[in-house]
Design a protein around this ligand. Sequence first.
Ligand SMILES: Cc1cc2nc3c(=O)[nH]c(=O)nc-3n(C[C@H](O)[C@H](O)[C@H](O)COP(=O)(O)OP(=O)(O)OC[C@H]3O[C@@H](n4cnc5c(N)ncnc54)[C@H](O)[C@@H]3O)c2cc1C
Length: 528
Amino acid sequence: MSFHYIIIGAGSAGCVLANRLSTDPATRVCLIEAGPPDRNPMIHMPFGLAALAHMRWLNWGYETAPEPELGNRRLFWPRGRVLGGSSSINAMIYMRGHPQNYRDWAAAAGPDWDWPVVREIFKDHEDNRALADDHHGLGGPLTVSNLTAPNPLSRAFVQAGAECQIPVNPDFNGADQTGVGLYQVTQREGRRFSAAQAFLVPALARPNLTLVTGAQVHRVLIENRRAVGVALANREIRLREGGEVILSGGAINSPHLLMLSGIGPGANLQDMGIPVIHDAPQIGANLADHLDITVQAALKTRDAIGIAPSFLPRALRATWAYLRRGQGEFTSNVAEAGGFVTSDPARDRPNLQFHFIPAYLHDHGRRLSLGYGLTLHVCDLLPKSRGRITLAAPDPVAAPRIAANYLSHPDDLPTLLNGLKIARKITQAPAMQRFIARETLPGQQLTTDAQLEADIRARAETIYHPVGTCRMGTDPASVTDPAGRVRGVDGLRVVDASLMPQIIAGNTNAPTMMIAENIARMMLAPGS
Ligand SMILES: Cc1cc2nc3c(=O)[nH]c(=O)nc-3n(C[C@H](O)[C@H](O)[C@H](O)COP(=O)(O)OP(=O)(O)OC[C@H]3O[C@@H](n4cnc5c(N)ncnc54)[C@H](O)[C@@H]3O)c2cc1C
């Protein structure tokens, strides 16, 4: 069998592409996913998210290299390895980012990425079951909903933000991003609505779309500087004449796969014994992520989602409510509330984001804490530090080397320190103090800037938004052109979060699906 398009990776971007490119019955599309189908019930029950970090068979479970500015700690980087990719293991927050992000993208990659264009794509995708105004769409493939049963603590967080003079914002994707509020989520009737559910499932009955799961692509086959197919562990899949291979493996795997195929920084490839087909130093560079720090508190009430014998009756009721009606506490996306503030007056958009969790959260859910607590995350939305993905071994199943270089730019630590202070202030506001017994992290004993900076270096973690490793642009040094076509090799595109020229000031799932839609439209346009 041969195909017009081979898409590598059925994640947020790959599912959108598979749907759009297979619309024409004459076009043969093959979608290849390394992970299994999304049958595990923990994927579909939103609160199951808390268990997914343990499930190594659904997760690439990457680790960064030792991070010099974080005490040489290796940070855990979960990434979905299942149908739906990271949209099947993420926290379901629906967020587009700030219009100014897309104006910056337009400056880097041309007018097709400007806010008026992408705003319409966001609206076209949307089936918003709660907000109906000019900012939102109804009837699109991606259902966006309000949480069915937000925890009282999440509402208290919003009130506490207001007590700290942060405006309450009922719609972060509306007229203004600034403020605190409850998040909207990609859920339909209380179940996770991943990219696979929204875009792939409706297209799967098409005879011209072939889905292969449990198959990791090891290499793109290239002949005379043109992609001609892909190599799996024990077979090859070929393109038809003039077809295209599209890498949608995500911001770590797409540059990794390019390098394994001989496209990337020449010296690194040679070190690994990989013949260099195209020396492209920018592949893997420009890695940006949102670094995050938390305030945690033990509660004097039992309102949180807790791990305690007293929570058992509630857990049983929550399971019943979820199974019967798609409602109740287990439809929680864990990060129920949050918001955006600007701590730096020189900035033209918010530079800090909060994620509020009505529960203890340690080590991405891998370490359980007994009792009732809360966790308030704050991250630096516009970091200036940049990292790089490189080959660590020529073996395609070995992980690449991830150097995030967090806090390597001197402006980033003061921003996060500011964020930590604001987060602490919110937890100290009356609405939160009604629930809080004591702060457990950073801990009341830490008060000076030096102490809090040391705490950040010791505890900061990713909030899961690595992007930018195959930067698109109009400049010749960019990895791809503005339509995701890899410079220097024909018939080869990257379409996923790696394309982002700069990191979005917000969560990255909806922007990644928008990227795929935008490029699919470019590919399907007459004369393209
Ligand atoms: C724990 C977590 C929580 C998050 N929470 C949110 C949130 O609440 N809201 C939000 O907007 N964003 C969130 N994100 C981020 C968001 O989900 C991602 O940015 C987005 O899904 C990235 O999409 P992608 O298409 O680039 O990659 P992915 O969705 O990761 O898809 C890549 C796919 O390619 C497959 N693949 C990779 N390599 C190969 C290969 N060689 N062969 C075959 N298949 C391959 C992978 O298995 C995967 O399925 C979160 C992410 C994580 C990990």
